[in-house]
Design a protein around this ligand. Sequence first.
Ligand SMILES: CC(C)(COP(=O)(O)OP(=O)(O)OC[C@H]1O[C@@H](n2cnc3c(N)ncnc32)[C@H](O)[C@@H]1OP(=O)(O)O)[C@@H](O)C(=O)NCCC(=O)NCCS
Length: 154
Amino acid sequence: MPYQILPLSEHNLSKIMEIEREVFEYPWSASQMKDSILSAHTEGWGLFDQNQKLVAFMVISVLFDEAEIINFAVRKSQQHQGFGQKLLAYLLNHLSYKGIEKLFLEVRITNTPAVSIYQKYGFQQISVRKNYYRVGDSYEDALVLQAELQRKES
Ligand SMILES: CC(C)(COP(=O)(O)OP(=O)(O)OC[C@H]1O[C@@H](n2cnc3c(N)ncnc32)[C@H](O)[C@@H]1OP(=O)(O)O)[C@@H](O)C(=O)NCCC(=O)NCCS
């Protein structure tokens, strides 16, 4: 299916929040999302289908030669169709050209689809944060994963 990957803007906020609210039990607020997209230290990227509908988004914070994926989601009805990996592969390449050498993220230990996509793209576990995520009345550990990127010259 044809798709485009483009930087996100405030204009995309309602569609981003639609996805955020349907996939996460504890979604970010719209103002948190807006700040994270517009901040000078973050980048928001979206994957759009042929009708310019937002299918997936990712927010990355960047500091010197390190970056962190702070949000990543694919619309529920379009998960496991390859869109997540298209967006992740695109951004790994983009970050390599920006001179990023290390990319980090935190993921719930039981989030098998997410852990699996990150492992597929070379992320390795570097630590565990105990009881990091709230799940109902309980807590769940976070895995801290890291990928080493090769700097690319344009
Ligand atoms: C995690 C997520 C972003 C993956 O995106 P996706 O478009 O569904 O994934 P893709 O179809 O591109 O699949 C790529 C790989 O992810 C893994 N994967 C995706 N869905 C999976 C599932 N239901 N079960 C197990 N592995 C899965 C597989 O490794 C897959 O590779 P394969 O097709 O060769 O098996 C998406 O499922 C999602 O939005 N989940 C909810 C939000 C979330 O958990 N975000 C990450 C927070 S850290």
